[in-house]
Design a protein around this ligand. Sequence first.
Ligand code: ADP
Ligand code: MG
Length: 277
Amino acid sequence: VLPAVPTAAEDETAVLPPVSGGSLLESERVAAWFGSRKVLEDISLRMESGQVTALIGPSGCGKSTFLRILNRMHELVPSASLAGKVLLDGDDIYEPERRITDTRKRIGMVFQKPNPFPAMSISENVTAGLKLTGTRVGGSEKRELIEECLTKAGLWKEVRDRLGQPGGALSGGQQQRLCIARSLAVRPDVLLMDEPCSALDPTSTRRIEETIHELRREVTIVIVTHNMQQAARVSQSCAFFLAEQGTPGVIVEAGPTAQIFSTPEDPRTADYVEGRF
Ligand code: ADP
Ligand code: MG
């Protein structure tokens, strides 16, 4: 349900918090099921502020499921259930009294396929999340916010003269950067990205990697990628997921990216990062 669009008078109050610098996100012994089928087991991972954490591993090992658990999207699937805890700066996001919208406001998500609102203007796309979360920002603050978020997403110079054009008129890479700008507008503490470049060309991919590199200073980033070079380029921390022969996905190994890539402890990690399966 969308809250009513604020009137001009209400619109005067800017209630947007400052950039957070990111939060510590931790999973503790997370397990997940679809029906009776267990797809994740014993997933404990620290995702630190100021860092990009990359989730790597073969298709089907539960990376997307884990990401959706981190912002309470998993529970939208009727057959889905889970166990364990997810802590955001120490607070369990699954506490019964915690509102789902509060969690979603603090933990944003960018998907594989860019999903701007195609008929909405570029600037309306940036501020769309503010309406959804009931945040009011006044006229001049709103213009500043649009410029700020588009700049951070690396899109401002390309669209500053056509902010009124529909989001759907942009190229795929631009649409993905618009989605990043939209996520940033609500001042999240964490940004989850599920293979954000896999539908994009190499040039757009590099632009988004540069954006991710800059953004880690203000928001904790967790990115799923099947591109090992990308994981090595953008992340400081890495977790290797694997589901062997019908067993649930587990984390085989997690640690600093340099270590996972150069001196992994588990031979399966070495095989995967060196492209042997
Ligand atoms: P990954 O992102 O690593 O490719 P997923 O998290 O998408 O893996 O999937 C993990 C497992 O859960 C897979 O076996 C997949 O088939 C299953 N799965 C994912 N989504 C659903 C769903 N909505 N209903 C039933 N099974 C699902
Ligand atoms: Mg996936």
